[in-house]
Write a protein of this length. Structure first.
Length: 464
């Protein structure tokens, strides 16, 4: 039997861990403050700790630091609902076993618990590279999927593995690449970004690899390319598979041999930079317009960035962030965004992803005249009505609203109807009422509309 410490000021989370631990045959100790966690760890010597970042009296990261001094072999899983690249980086660098975003998933907790216990005696005590805590935060979002990306970025910052970042245009692939670079040991060296799709085909080879004087008619002097300019930093090749096939071959050779030649030269130059590549293209094109061997060479680690429509909970934070930038750029003083405007932003499909949201907020702020940005101020790049209709499933929206209602209610006593059954009955009654309204009170027609027989309809009406 193992002993588990859970430090979180949310009673429901502590109870969930106690239930999981009990079913697995483990003992669970809980703490609601940082000091309680430190005392509990000293008293009970837990085998693994789950530690929330935000505790009432102190930061969970400070508690983690104390654990590293006094309980160095104890795996600590850091939990947070407000994750950022910086938080993930500090947690992993501070010796955390793993980093877990809220809301928590039971299967994920069980898997992490098993892993932590299995590695109890061999938990790594290595640190990642140091990070400038004053560095600019470039990624916004605390959704579960973004917190997983922050965790991967923090892990990738500690090595020089080649990374392929995938995702639609506008999701922030370059920001992710910059974040990995800024938190890595190469952060004092250049970050050089190249959009391979934006350079004319006849210039791209010289642009990447440089050229010697006289290599072609307009080569009047020797010129270093982007590979040399990146030096010991990071070379980010955006839309890398837009390169012509013969240049994909040359890139592959450079990656394999860690050297390249300028156009017009046979003298090899050492490739010192780390390569991070990105593409928005479907990878099913491998073998047609993408060299399969290059794809596998670049995608040692494949980091996929989700579309904005797949992390709608991050939209309010992003919108307020872009509004603050717009205020500075436009010399405006817009205080915030109305709820109905935020709802409209969350209902839109965002085909241009984060970039489109940024442009929409800045364009809307430019012409807004009130102290708050409202729905009338919003200027989308395309009509949001049909997009919103496609984006929001009304059944899903109803289910989410109902669940929020259940969570807001106190637990029923033994002789009361559960909140779930009460809401189901209310929803059913509302649907029947609407069907009768549409059919002008005709019960036969209403039953046909609902796909039930008339007797069932009448029985349900009697129960209302």
């Amino acid at each position: 039997m193992a002993k588990i410490l859970v430090a979180d000021d949310e009673h429901a989370i502590c109870s969930a861990f106690q239930s999981i631990a009990a079913k697995a045959g483990h003992d669970c100790v809980t703490a609601s403050t940082g000091q309680e966690a430190i005392s509990a760890a000293q008293q009970h010597r837990p085998d693994v700790t789950f530690l929330d970042v935000r505790l009432p009296d102190m930061s969970g990261l400070d508690v983690l630091e104390r654990f590293q001094h006094n309980h160095k072999d104890m795996p600590v899983v850091v939990m947070t609902a407000h994750g950022t690249v910086q938080t993930a980086m500090q947690a992993i660098r501070g010796g955390a076993f793993d980093y877990l975003g809220k809301p928590l998933e039971l299967t994920q907790i069980r898997t992490l618990l098993d892993r932590a216990l299995q590695q109890r005696q061999t938990a790594s005590d290595s640190d990642l590279v140091s990070v400038d805590s004053d560095g600019e935060e470039q990624l916004i979002g605390s959704s579960a999927v973004m917190q997983e990306i922050y965790k991967m970025m923090s892990l990738l910052a500690g090595n020089d593995l080649t990374v392929l970042i995938t995702g639609e245009s506008g999701v922030g692939k370059e920001m992710v690449a910059r974040g990995i670079h800024q938190h890595s040991a190469r952060n004092e060296e250049p970050f050089v970004a190249v959009n391979c799709a934006a350079i004319p085909e006849q210039l791209i080879e010289s642009e990447l690899f440089g050229h010697e004087k006289g290599a072609f008619s307009s080569a009047h002097t020797r010129r270093a390319g982007r590979f040399e300019a990146a030096a010991g930093g990071t070379l980010f090749l955006d839309e890398v598979f837009e390169l012509p096939m013969h240049l994909q071959s040359k890139l592959l050779r450079a990656l394999q041999e860690r050297s390249f030649e300028r156009v017009g030269s046979v003298t090899p130059i050492e490739l010192e930079a780390r390569i991070i590549a990105a593409t928005n293209r479907p990878i099913q094109n491998v073998g047609v317009t993408i060299r399969e061997d290059l794809y596998h060479r670049l995608s040692l680690i494949n980091l996929n960035i989700p579309a904005l429509r797949d992390r709608r909970e991050d939209i309010p934070a992003l919108a307020h962030h872009f509004l603050a930038q717009a205020n500075l750029a436009l010399d405006k003083d817009i205080k915030g965004i109305h709820e109905e405007a935020l709802a409209q932003l969350q209902g839109y499909t965002w085909p241009g992803n984060v970039r489109e949201l940024d442009h929409t907020i800045k364009r809307s702020a430019l012409t807004a005249s009130g102290p708050m940005l409202n729905s009338m101020d919003l200027q989308f790049e395309s009509t949001p009505v049909s997009a919103a209709a496609d984006a929001v499933d009304p059944i899903e929206l109803t289910a989410k609203t109902a669940l929020q209602e259940i969570l807001a209610r106190p637990p029923p006593s033994d002789d009361e109807t559960s909140a779930f059954h009460s809401l189901v009955a209310q929803t059913e009654a509302a649907i029947i009422e609407e069907a009768l309204h549409i059919t002008e009170g005709n019960q036969v027609a209403a039953a046909q509309l609902l796909g039930i027989n008339r007797t069932t309809l009448r029985n349900k009406m009697k129960r209302e």
